[in-house]
Design a protein around this ligand. Structure first.
Ligand code: G1P
Length: 290
């Protein structure tokens, strides 16, 4: 069994659900407390032992590249003023040379197409995918849990969580064989089903470990839900040939691609920061007259 060394993070989307904030900044750069979404997603991957991050990017996303690089003038200014604590934080996202790379999705043809764009860089080894709209609060992180499960089950794994039945049409939904344990065998999956057609209320939460055979299937996948090439459709094909599991992770997901999800994420992650916990709780009580 190969180690999971690489992750693909698709960052080409426009963030239409959080406009107008994303009119001039990439949605992945929206801050939660004091760090952009993408920082949380990359940190979760590094915690899982992943060494190489592949961003599938697009026009107007260069702020992401700058975030993970040196900012010489800023760093020199902080150094000159002896602001070493801030300097350490500013340098924290910088990774060893060659461990991050960027490739472009040249047309918005869907998530499946975005992942396929990374095929040459991933090569012939199992790899992870994280969708950057979703940040996950939990210790250990979701990907660390999935990599640990992968060591046991091999195959392919998607992270899942239960969602209200009336919201299944927003997600990829799996059909579990049994729900007795957190690692569930599956019998199917479908992208954005109607409430009537949904095989369960377990949604795919934007974290995946997949075998490289997904790429040849993505190449043949026709447009599906939303008239886009869907990763879920290619995974459903892969499931016919390889073992596939859904993993009920222990953390709490926050969909920061929605305004309410992003607001809640700010509150939740601020609560976790000891310097903010009490003040945030006191202000929330006062604001909402609780
Ligand atoms: C994507 C996936 C879907 C998954 C969701 C999680 O959908 O296609 O299977 O459940 O992310 O956020 P999107 O939100 O891009 O429409």
């Amino acid at each position: 069994m190969s180690q999971i060394r690489k992750i693909v993070i698709p960052v080409a989307g426009h963030g239409t659900r959080v406009l107008p904030a994303t009119k001039s900044i990439p949605k992945e750069m929206l801050p939660v407390v004091d760090k952009p979404l993408i920082d949380y997603v990359v940190a979760e991957a590094l915690e899982a032992g992943i060494e190489h991050v592949i961003f599938v990017t697009g026009r107007g996303k260069s702020a992401l590249e700058d975030y993970f690089d040196h900012a010489f003038e800023l760093e020199a200014g902080l150094q000159a003023k002896n602001k070493t604590d801030i300097l350490t934080e500013v340098r924290q996202p910088i990774r060893p040379p060659g461990s991050l790379c960027y490739t472009r999705q040249q047309s918005p043809a869907g998530l499946g197409h975005a992942i396929w764009c990374a095929r040459e860089i991933v090569g012939n080894e199992p790899f992870a995918i994280s969708l950057p709209d979703v940040i996950i609060r939990g210790t250990p992180g979701c990907l660390k849990e999935m990599v640990d499960q992968y060591k046991v089950c091999n195959g392919n794994i998607v992270a899942v969580e239960e969602v209200p039945r009336e919201e299944v049409n927003k997600y990829g939904i799996i059909a579990p064989k049994s729900t007795d344990s957190d690692l569930m065998e599956m019998t199917g999956m479908v992208e954005k089903p109607t409430v009537e057609d949904a095989p369960s209320n377990f949604s795919i939460t934007g974290r995946y470990i997949l075998q490289p055979e997904i790429f040849s299937l993505l190449e043949k996948t026709e447009k599906g839900a939303g008239n886009e090439i869907q990763l879920t459709d290619a995974m459903a094909e892969l499931m016919k040939a390889q073992s596939f599991f859904a993993y009920r992770f222990s953390g709490e997901s926050h969909d920061c691609g929605s305004k309410l999800g992003w607001l809640k994420a700010n509150m939740a992650f601020a609560k976790d920061r000891s310097e903010f916990t009490e003040d945030v709780a006191a202000y929330a009580k006062e604001l909402f007259s609780i």
